[in-house]
Design a protein around this ligand. Structure first.
Ligand code: ZN
Length: 276
């Protein structure tokens, strides 16, 4: 499942292709992809509109229109958005095609069909879940004080807390393992057992980790179209997730896999403290 760095890669790769482009046709082949709105109304309201910006909030991409509408796109497990010339071969799981006035198409494909699109007018209530998201990793509001205040009394495992999108948005199973390794904190450690130094480390490491993996995943629009979201250039930089049974990159101890809050987690028994 894509996390913040992979969604940011997608946003940066497709943004140049849609900016300032007018929508000349909208084809919804899989109506259930459009949430909370009839697919025909979705298409009619987008027709003739022009893209003015493409932003990201957590793991959602938000396309802004010239009339104040915004289209919120969530990728689910396997969703992918590309900008392609109209004669470029189509992915066979393509569910939405938005034609642009330069002949290109914004295409949404999704094999597992968990991805969703919403369309809101400026004064509509946002039902996409964005309203409930916590700060972005690079938000100055994400401080040690904030984390300690939100989680300092929490009995859940710190890994589970980092996956809670209302605390901080964008972190999933992969990067929570990477962040906790860099901070030397065991993923199963209950949040209330962490001390001030731990919260400081987390507040520093969360934005650093996300920035690092965004930078190492960068792709041009053409490279993105060819990869169709299936290529992750930052995978070689992942040190912990998926490496159970291998030696710790710092101390050489065998990395262990355990289940924390129902999610698979990898950690080093030597480098990461449990705070008992
Ligand atoms: Zn180690």
């Amino acid at each position: 499942m894509p996390e913040l760095p992979e969604i940011e890669t997608m946003r940066r790769a497709i943004r140049p292709g849609v900016m300032g482009r007018r929508i000349t046709a909208v084809e919804v082949r899989q109506p259930k992809v459009v949430a909370d709105l009839d697919a025909t109304e979705f298409a009619n309201r987008l027709l003739g509109r022009t893209f003015t910006d493409l932003t990201r909030r957590g793991k959602a991409i938000v396309a802004w229109m010239d009339d104040g509408q915004r289209m919120v796109m969530r990728m689910g497990m396997t969703g992918c958005v590309v900008v392609a010339p109209h004669d470029h071969p189509e992915d066979r799981h393509t569910h939405i095609v938005i034609s642009l006035d330069d002949g290109d198409e914004l295409r949404f494909s999704d094999m597992r069909r968990f991805g969703r699109f919403w369309l809101f007018r400026a004064d509509d209530e946002d039902t996409s879940g964005i309203r409930n998201l916590g700060p972005e990793p690079d938000d100055p509001a994400l401080t040690a004080e904030y984390l300690e205040e939100r989680l300092g009394g929490c009995r859940r495992a710190i890994k589970t807390c980092l996956l809670d999108q209302s605390v901080v948005t964008g972190i999933g199973n992969i990067y929570s393992d990477e962040i906790l390794f860099e901070c030397g904190i065991d993923p199963s450690c209950q949040a209330y057992r962490l001390d001030r130094a731990d919260w400081e480390k987390l507040a520093d490491e969360i934005p650093r980790c996300m920035r690092f993996f965004v930078e190492n995943n960068e792709m041009s629009p053409d490279e993105w179209l060819e990869s169709m979201g299936r290529e992750y250039r930052n995978t070689p930089y992942i040190r912990i997730y998926g490496h159970s049974g291998e030696p710790c990159p710092v101390c050489g101890t065998t990395l262990v896999r355990k289940v924390v809050g129902g999610r698979s987690s990898v950690s080093c028994p030597m480098c990461q403290r449990e705070h008992r």
